[in-house]
Ligand binder design. Sequence first.
Ligand SMILES: [Mg+2]
Length: 105
Amino acid sequence: MSYMSELDREMRQFDDMIRKARLKYGDKEQMLKAVEEMSELTVELMNWVLNDGNPKVHLDLFKRIIDEIADVQIMMAQMGAIFGDEYVAARRVEKIERFALMLLK
Ligand SMILES: [Mg+2]
């Protein structure tokens, strides 16, 4: 199987998983889960900042941050499905363009 068809299959599986999660848990529950995951990432990022310079805690913290980023990305995919991926994509383009202009200043 080619890399692209494998990637395409994985993306379809992911979309299917998101659709099933919406049906199983409902949108409100998914929004609360998104808030929970964002809070967990917030805690770990604050831990990273507050423990900066302490190598003993960094590997463990690094793994927890990667974990929480993955959780948040999954929940953002859920939020995109609920609120409209097309609106998010359009707004992201506008924000990236504005950000690119800011970087030129
Ligand atoms: Mg989590």
